[in-house]
Write a protein that binds this ligand. Structure first.
Ligand SMILES: *Cc1c(COP(=O)(O)O)cnc(C)c1O
Ligand SMILES: [Zn+2]
Length: 469
């Protein structure tokens, strides 16, 4: 890793194979100006000092003092080398753990196998978004941005507001009205972010932030920003690191705007290209049934990457159908309540590279899976548990073998959305149905009802001697 990087070894490139236009790192773009497609950060790897083996990264642990080796993102800076070392932005992101829980594994049907949970909720702002934000803010600072903006279902704004507060930048947040979990709104406001509650949904907010950015010169940190995804690649490096650099059979991730799945696919494509791994895990992207665009497009409309020539007409027709029927995304897993995923094409590419697969799970199954996760470790927010519910479904379908080694990404912290677990665990029957809009047809599986007792030792002993409900 001693060789010095050549200037211009990193650049931006359009993902459309019929365009392939390239742009300098110093440019601020969220789409190709020539054809409108998404951009990648690309590298001329031959001109860069790349480690010969992934185990070389282990040495960084012996040099933990110093911010950038401590960062779970910048520890892997050689694999996202677009910025000089002295410009890297960190707030201590990526100090995550990979939990292995045998009981949980058995519960989802992995009898002989292993289920590893990647707890991204342990990030400074409580979600995986910090991985991407450290890279996006590094770029924002390189280009001299003063005002950063995002549309958000909550976690992007919480993360952006945190980084902006640390760096003394102004944070401007677009959220759909009434669609944000309390913990996330609390964070955005607490960090001093300028918050616009748009009378519309996330998809409206996403469109408007891009228009506003053009008009007002704001730096957009949504996952259309290619630098965001560079940071999120490191989630996969840490998973491999925690598995002693062995590649798992599956990586399961909830799908919202599809930034994570896209970043994971890019991470594995590059590691394969660099000869640092021999095979990629299969990626499974899990939608909620209330926000199922990716499921519909891949499994029903048979839209695929097709060498980069994605069938835009089919995608457009599907969006036309959503508009015509007035279908809006609706799920308790608010972080994936998105019907027009901006990274659709990059996700299709990730599915192509990794032999990936897409499934949808119901909100009931998501919330039950969330309760199950809570019993095995630090817990997660609703959207995160889609990965565990998706795992159970894929085992049931026989696609994941009981002996497979599976990694499920838990994208956000349990405290992000305190309302859901309180309602889930304290209400029954009609009251529960009314509060969550779920469980009309079946009962929740893992409820933990609080017990009311008189303030008297006899009553307490009596209550504790009874078997649990
Ligand atoms: C943003 C987010 C998602 C969705 O991730 P994408 O990269 O947009 O698909 C899922 N879970 C949580 C907790 C999130 O914050
Ligand atoms: Zn282009």
């Amino acid at each position: 890793m001693a060789k010095k990087a050549k200037a211009d070894a990193a650049f931006q490139r359009c993902i459309n194979p019929d365009c392939c236009a390239t742009f300098e790192i110093a440019q601020t773009l969220t789409a190709c100006p020539k054809c409108g497609n998404l951009l990648d950060v690309a590298y001329d790897w031959d001109a860069l000092p790349i480690p010969k083996k992934l185990t070389e990264f282990d040495k960084r642990w012996t040099r933990r003092p110093g911010d950038i080796n401590y960062s779970g993102v910048w520890r892997f800076r050689d694999l996202l080398p677009f910025a000089p070392e002295d410009r890297l932005v960190t707030v201590g992101e990526g100090q995550t753990i990979l939990f292995h829980n045998a009981t949980l594994a058995r519960e989802v049907g992995l009898t002989g196998g292993q289920l590893h949970l990647e707890y991204e909720g342990l990030n400074p702002s409580g979600s995986f978004k910090d991985n991407g934000m450290s890279a996006a803010f590094t770029h924002a600072r390189m280009v001299g941005a003063r005002r950063v903006a995002c549309a958000s279902t909550g976690n992007t704004s919480a993360s952006m507001a945190l980084y902006a507060a640390v760096l003394g930048m102004e944070a401007i947040i677009f959220i759909g009205s009434g669609k944000i979990a309390y913990g996330k709104l609390a964070q955005a406001l607490d960090s001093g972010g300028r918050t616009l509650q748009i009378r519309g949904d996330f998809d409206d907010a996403m469109r408007l932030v891009q228009e506003a950015a053009k008009e007002l010169g704001l730096y957009v940190v949504n996952s259309v920003n290619p630098f965001r995804l560079e940071g999120q690649k490191t989630i996969m490096y840490r998973v491999l690191e925690a598995l002693s650099w062995e590649v798992p059979d599956w990586v399961i991730v909830p799908g919202g705007n599809l930034g994570n799945s896209s970043a994971f696919g890019k991470a594995f494509a590059e590691l394969l290209e660099l000869g640092l791994i021999k095979r990629a895990p299969r990626i499974a992207v899990i939608n909620s049934t209330g926000a199922r665009t990716l499921t519909a497009l891949t499994n029903e409309e048979k839209v695929s990457w097709s060498g980069g020539r994605v069938d835009d007409a089919k995608v457009g027709k599907y969006y036309g159908y959503l508009d015509e029927k007035g279908i809006r995304a609706h799920t308790l897993a608010t972080a994936i309540e998105i019907n027009r995923p901006v990274n659709l094409k990059k996700c299709l590419r990730a599915l192509d590279v990794t032999g990936g697969i897409v499934r949808e799970v119901s909100d009931e199954d998501i919330i039950d899976a969330k309760a199950l996760v809570g019993r095995s470790g630090p817990g997660c927010e609703p959207a995160s548990a889609a990965s565990v519910a998706g795992c159970a479904l894929l085992v049931k379908e026989g696609i994941i073998a009981p002996s497979d080694r599976v990694v499920a990404i838990l994208t956000g912290n349990v405290l992000k959305d305190p309302e859901v677990p309180v309602k889930y665990n304290s209400l029954q029957g009609e009251a529960l149905v009314k509060a969550l809009g779920l469980f009309q047809k079946r009962k929740p599986k893992y409820q933990n009802l609080p017990v009311e007792v008189d303030a008297e030792i006899g009553a307490i002993v009596g209550a504790l001697q009874k078997p649990r409900a």
